[in-house]
Design a protein around this ligand. Sequence first.
Ligand code: ADP
Ligand code: ZN
Length: 620
Amino acid sequence: MGTFIRGLFVFFIIVIVGGVIALFWNLEHKLPSLSYNEFLVMLDSKEVVEVHVKGGSIILTDATGRKVTTFAPDVQALVPRFIEKNVVIYGEADKTPFIVNLAMVGIPILVVFIIWFFVAGRQSRKDESSEFGKDKAIKFSSGSKGQVTFRDVAGIPEVKEELLEIVDFLQRPKKYSKLGAIIPKGILFQGPPGTGKTLLARAIAGEAGVPFYSISGSDFVEMFVGVGASRVRDLFREAKKHAPCIIFIDEIDAVGGHRGGGGAAGGGQDERGQTLNALLVEMDGFGTDETVIVLAATNRPDILDTALLRPRRFDRQITVLPPDVKGRLQIIEVHARRIRMVENLDLEHLARSTPGFTGAELASLVNEAALIAGRAEKDAIDMSDFEAAKDRMLMGVERKNFVIGEKDRRTLAIHEAGHAILARFLPETDPLHKITIIPRGRAMGHTQQMPLHDRQVYSKEYLLNRITIFMGGRAAEEVALNQKTTGAEDDFQQAMEIATNMICKWGMDDVIGPLSLARGDQGFLSGGSMMAAMSEETARRIDGKIKSMIDSCYEKAKSILSREKDFLEHLAEILLKEEVLDREEMEIIFECTQKRMREKKATGEEGNACPAIVTENFEV
Ligand code: ADP
Ligand code: ZN
């Protein structure tokens, strides 16, 4: 894109310069002109003092010094007459048009060169300041400000352990080489975005106190074939000069994606291939005496060209996954060092309620909380700020001005209360965290559960309960309002996905048996080829099983909600007033409902309504 804009700029300069030249050329010829006859008359009457003959055109000066032009069909024949009339003759070969033509072509070319030199010059000056030639790589040299060390990386202890070894390679290469050991050249970090791969690479450089060159794979892939390859060579040449050091290539799949794999960036296949080859040649090329360690990161290891993964290239692979609850706590603590919080904030609770968050998301959670607290003019960040920040990240910005009609709000409250009650009564499920009927992002309401610990393995019972909880929204609408609405669309989708996976991937159905019918990484629903590979009979049986599984969960949801109908209605009523309820509040409402029921049974009368709960509202 940049190249294109530069080209356009140069083009305009050419047009402007050309135009100006043409204008001047014309101006010079915008002298008043005479016909040849008139000219002859002037000549005869001795009015002409001087002539400039240039090709066929004549510029003449009269006695008053006025200049006029004319065109003579036969200049040669005039010369004797000029002499006869004592006219001063200046002759000039007819070269000017050629020079001008040359200028018309040459000056723009010159201008292009000047601009090019200017741009390139500025570029190299910029690069000199970062001690780096013709490249987009950023160098963070050792000891510079903003230094990252392992202290800034939290929550991935196993990975850190492994990387300490690399730090030692960089610091004391002799220790290994004297024993004949070959220090690894390439390490590939793989894992989802935001898990801290870049951070780790920088921390290694920081710990070892060596320069760090960072470039993104997509920077290699430019419009012109060969540019990427030369960048790679420049990068390695420069790095070798500063060995020991680290080269970090982010998004390596942009260059190293295999054919048909569809790397991230555009650019021709040719260019990618050449760049990749250059990279391989460079990696194979450097000797054992230069300790340059190449770190690369990708979130798509599956599309990497296998050539990259051969021995002596990126033969070490380190997987960086999103942190578990302990890791999340540590990451929050690392980032919380920067901010001012109220004392004794329960960060563990925060860590527990953010399952699936990556390091980058936790970092922005902390920052978002600080922004929210700032907006509210607080002196320190408290839990409500974190809650608000989390809600915003999970569900999008609160749609404060989104008006829902009273009837729809009631339906919504019943729907969410249905989910919540099932989450409370079913055994083997995550404890309830919060219910809200404030629309956010796409969702109208939300019931949040909070896992006590990260689960890696899910039991069949847990999964069935999840489906039942998803069914709870619609079931509640039916039980309490005897109606069906579109509000359950998302719930159905998620329930369907779980049920399908249970049967096809996790072998949890007795009739289908312990089979994994899904192949590769593709989800069942997206794998068209898999459907084809399956007999029609099996497909029909699977469909039947999914339906009966979901049906029975729905029935279970309905029966629990019918049993707890009083609680359901009461909870929905309070939810309408409060908009947000947490677990303790829900318990209070439950106790109160029980008491009322007992009183009603004993006295046969409606008891007093429970007092509305005054809650500290979570929202800002
Ligand atoms: P990736 O390269 O895997 O996409 P980054 O390294 O760019 O992720 O992470 C982005 C930011 O997220 C980091 O600058 C850091 O602030 C934060 N972060 C990610 N992982 C961690 C971690 N393990 N510990 C502390 N901060 C982290
Ligand atoms: Zn729902």
